[in-house]
Write a protein that binds this ligand. Sequence first.
Ligand SMILES: Nc1ncnc2c1ncn2[C@@H]1O[C@H](COP(=O)(O)OP(=O)(O)OP(=O)(O)O)[C@@H](O)[C@H]1O
Length: 260
Amino acid sequence: MTVVDVRRLAVGYDGREILHDVSMSVRAGEVVAVLGANGSGKSTLIRAILGLVPPMRGGIDLFGVPQRRFREWARVGYVPQRLGAGSGVPATVGEVVASGRLARRGMFRPAGAADKAAVRSALQDVGLLDRIGDPVSTLSGGQQQRTLIARALTGRPDLLVLDEPTAGVDAASQEAFAAALGRFATDGGTIVLVLHELGPLRPLIGRTVVVHEGAIAHEGAPPEPAGHHADPGHDHVHPHADLAKAGICEWAPADRTAAP
Ligand SMILES: Nc1ncnc2c1ncn2[C@@H]1O[C@H](COP(=O)(O)OP(=O)(O)OP(=O)(O)O)[C@@H](O)[C@H]1O
């Protein structure tokens, strides 16, 4: 089954087109990483898939249904880039994660035993159960990201969409993150995520898609780590040396593979 089908999509903001002609599809159970230079439109593609930015042209189907008619949003979990520092909301970790159940249970029905169990299980999954009662503001950036993935997991989605979930996240959190995503994928979940570096997520990724100049410039299996690139700290995304050489993949030469 095709979970996400994007066809000849054009999207932009205020009439300025960012993505001109993007086609990609993701089958059930796939884990697809979206790569590309800063500003290439990766987040815009993710937002379009989630229905947060309307298409200018082209079409998007979710679970075989045209997006404008799609209503089963509880099947889709979203992990945004950041919690939003200084949002001023003194929510606890447990409350943030519980908010991921709202789409499932409806806004006005009180949380039941199943909701509470799902929250605890999702927090257990990301290694933060002991922080359930703490304000999220007291967590590190990586722990906040883990809270967001627990929030997405607690809604028991079929599709998880994540926007640079590991950017600037400490190694322990990245590992916990990778483990939680791995369990989700093993259980048959579908994942689309924007990444700068494959890092500990590399073993999970089945396919990479490179966005460049508003279109998909390359699609393929993730690169195997080789030589010094396999060393810790050198696990950077540079699968497309040919694109880099041709000058159409500007992020590839900008990675830090040349560092000692
Ligand atoms: N809400 C918005 N309104 C207007 N322009 C926007 C908006 N969001 C993004 N853009 C512009 O769209 C382009 C693509 O941005 P987008 O965030 O999709 O890129 P990205 O590939 O995710 O970048 P990064 O890797 O830096 O997160 C950029 O030029 C950006 O300035």
